[in-house]
Structures are given as structure tokens and as C-alpha cells.
Design a binder for this molecule. Structure first.
Ligand SMILES: Nc1nc2c(ncn2[C@@H]2O[C@H](COP(=O)(O)OP(=O)(O)OP(=O)(O)O)[C@@H](O)[C@H]2O)c(=O)[nH]1
Ligand SMILES: [Zn+2]
Length: 352
């Protein structure tokens, strides 16, 4: 249970608890003598909407804060707990002076050639990876999302949406189960209200669920169902077009009464991973387990004798596509790692 909060009566304290405040973060906050605690619930250009114990306020980061920023990931993100100088919007925009340590961070590399990290959401307990059972379904993309999931520190859960549009669900189930070790998978249709009740077991007061996935897979529709009201705008799909148009423009955080917090994120077009080799290894844990049985420690699983990975492929226990996908992601990660170390060296040289 959260210790008694510094200010406010029970109702205000309740608001922060409903927003997901836990003892760990609250203790961090208590060490700061000045300011109020709030959670970032939406992000606009350079402006953040913060839910405080009293009000939802708009706030910017302080000049001093900006001076300390080394990477884009140092800026506040939706889901962050921050220190702000006011708790109501009566006196204009607030100033954010600190981001409290993040318990988990869902991030990817920004699109394009830049190396910066883009934080999708933070302080998430469960990451709902949404993919539709119709034309969005893509196993290789799912592997990327799972990697982001394991890398985040949150628990990934796969949500296969729009199952009413899928004629071969059994095939899809087989394919997904072959690549998602240790991950819960839910099959849902928001349209036909099918499987939605299974989501209930992840909804707890104080816990945060983040939704990620491509645009139009039905994240907002599902969230609306869970919230029980139409807060998010949902676009109607044109006839014969199973893809929704892009609707979410910024990440938003919602509180479900007594059942935790949901963070919706804008649909992603491209998922570029960071140099997260650990996340990749977690996502392909069966390949890692097999490679420990290879005769040579540095086996590349090509033509080496005694290769357990190749043996698994030959016996039909592993697909060649899965191995190729693993190799491709590792290559991407190593390439990024190299580019990052060159960038770091350049920065250091400038500092000397
Ligand atoms: N057939 C069917 N259509 C659905 C289902 N869920 C959502 N849709 C439709 O899919 C379209 C896109 O849904 P959204 O909820 O806006 O998708 P989104 O993932 O939030 O999209 P972005 O906001 O772009 O990220 C809408 O027209 C929904 O009505 C479902 O279970 N079955
Ligand atoms: Zn091998």
C-alpha cells in the first residue's frame, strides 16, 4: 500500500493511486523537497499533459533540464512520473524539473537514418502487442514487436485482433505459438465481443498496460471497449478496405475505474529496433538453447559439423525462416552497435 501522500485528502491520494503510483516511485518523490508529483498522460510538441493529484495540467521542461539532456530518451514520455512545480493549471503552464526513474521503457529507434531512441511509453507492466488476424498478420513483424517487448522490462502479451475477419485461425495459432515462447496469446474480436473477458486478468488497480501495433489493427476500438465509453475517436474503414486510417496523433493514458491504466500509442509503420541484442536473444530463446548444444562455441549455424540448430531445421523442429529472421535482427543490432560506438567516440572527441 502507498504511504500517506504529502498533501491532499483521501480523494486526491486515490487519484494518484489510480494513476498507478506505487510505493517505490512515491518514496523517490518524497526525497524531493519541492514540487508535486504527476504522470505524463499525453505528449504534444514540446508540451506535456500531466495528471496531478488536483488537475490535469500542461507543462514544459525547465531550461536547466534541457541543458542536462544527452539523448532524446532523456525527455519525458507518456507514462513517466515527473516532478512539476504546480498541481493545478490556474497559474498557466507548469515546469517539469525531473523524470523519476523508469521501471520499464518501451522504445525503438527513430525512423530513418538517425540513431536516436524514441520512447513509446514508460512504466508499463504489461505490453499488449496487437496484430490483426487479417491482412496485417506478419510473423516476422511480430518477432520485432516481441523483441521490443522483452527489451522493455514489461511483460509482453500478444493480442490477435479482428479474429472475425480470419478464416484460418488454426493456421495463425500454430504459426504464432511456434515463435512466442513464454508469452500469453489472446485472440479477440472487438466487433463480436469475443475473447475480451480474457483481458480482465491483466487489469488491476495500479498496473499499467501499454498497447502497441500497426495503424488500424483495432487498438482504439479495444481500448474503448475496456473503458466502457467512446473516449478515443475510431475511424470507420472504407468499404473493401480492412485497414483503418491513422487516427491517434499522440500517445494517451487512460484510467479504467479501479482497474488500472491503459496507454494507447499511435499506430507504427515501421519498427526499427535499437541495438538490443538481449531482447533479440530473449525473443529467440529456442535458438539460443539449441546453439548451446552446437559442437563449436562460435558456431554460425551454416555448414559447421555438429550444429544443433541445423539439425533442428532438418528434423522440422525449427523453420529456416525463423533462423534467417534471427540472423537478420542480430545483423541489424550489430550494425547499430557499431554506428553507436562511432557516434559516442565522436561526441567524446568533441568534449576533449
Ligand atoms: N471486423 C473488425 N473490425 C474491427 C475490429 N476492431 C476494430 N475494427 C475496425 O478497424 C478499424 C481500425 O480500428 P482502430 O481501433 O481505429 O485501430 P487502431 O489500431 O487504434 O489504429 P490507429 O489509431 O491508427 O493506431 C475501425 O474501422 C474499426 O471499426 C474487430 O474486432 N473486427
Ligand atoms: Zn550451430
Amino acid at each position: 500500500m502507498c504511504p500517506k501522500l504529502k498533501t491532499g485528502g483521501n480523494k486526491l491520494k486515490e487519484k494518484l493511486l489510480n494513476l498507478g503510483l506505487n510505493e517505490e516511485i512515491y518514496n523517490e518523490y518524497r526525497n524531493d523537497s519541492e514540487g508535486h508529483i504527476g504522470r505524463v498522460i499525453a505528449e504534444y510538441k514540446g508540451l506535456y499533459k500531466i495528471a496531478t493529484e488536483e488537475d490535469d495540467i500542461l507543462a514544459k521542461v525547465s531550461g536547466k533540464y534541457i541543458k542536462g539532456v544527452v539523448d532524446t530518451k532523456d525527455f519525458p514520455a507518456v507514462g513517466d512520473w515527473v516532478l512539476v512545480d504546480r498541481k493545478s493549471n490556474k497559474n498557466g503552464d507548469g515546469i517539469i524539473s525531473k523524470v523519476f526513474p523508469r521501471k520499464s521503457v518501451v522504445s525503438r529507434k527513430v525512423a530513418g537514418k538517425r540513431l536516436d531512441t524514441q520512447i513509446i511509453a514508460s512504466n508499463i507492466d504489461y505490453l499488449f502487442i496487437c496484430m490483426s488476424a487479417n491482412n496485417d498478420f506478419n510473423l516476422r513483424r511480430l518477432e520485432r514487436y516481441i523483441t521490443i517487448g522483452w527489451d522493455s522490462g514489461a511483460i509482453p502479451v500478444i493480442i490477435i485482433t479482428k479474429i472475425d475477419l480470419c478464416e484460418n485461425l488454426a493456421n495463425i495459432k500454430n504459426e504464432i505459438e511456434s515463435i512466442s515462447y513464454g508469452i500469453d496469446i489472446l485472440y479477440v474480436s472487438a466487433l463480436e465481443n469475443e475473447g475480451i473477458e480474457k483481458i480482465d486478468k491483466y487489469l488491476f488497480k495500479g498496473k499499467t498496460i501499454g498497447f502497441i501495433g500497426s495503424s488500424g489493427v483495432g487498438k482504439s476500438t479495444l481500448i474503448n471497449l475496456l473503458l466502457g465509453e467512446n473516449i478515443q475517436s475510431v475511424n470507420n474503414v472504407r468499404e473493401n478496405d480492412q485497414r483503418g486510417r491513422h487516427t491517434t496523433t499522440h500517445r494517451e493514458l487512460f484510467v479504467i475505474k479501479e482497474k488500472g491504466v491503459i496507454i494507447d500509442t499511435p499506430g507504427m509503420r515501421e519498427i526499427q529496433l535499437l541495438d538490443n541484442i538481449n531482447g533479440i536473444n530473449d525473443s529467440f530463446s529456442e535458438i539460443i538453447a539449441l546453439s548451446k548444444k552446437c559442437k563449436f562455441n562460435d558456431c554460425k549455424h551454416n555448414t559447421e559439423p555438429g550444429c544443433a540448430v541445423r539439425e533442428a531445421i532438418d528434423s522440422g523442429n525449427l523453420t529456416i525462416d525463423r533462423l534467417n529472421s534471427y540472423n537478420k535482427l542480430i545483423r541489424e543490432a550489430l550494425y547499430l552497435e557499431k554506428k553507436n560506438s562511432i557516434k559516442e567516440k565522436k561526441v567524446k572527441r568533441k568534449q576533449v
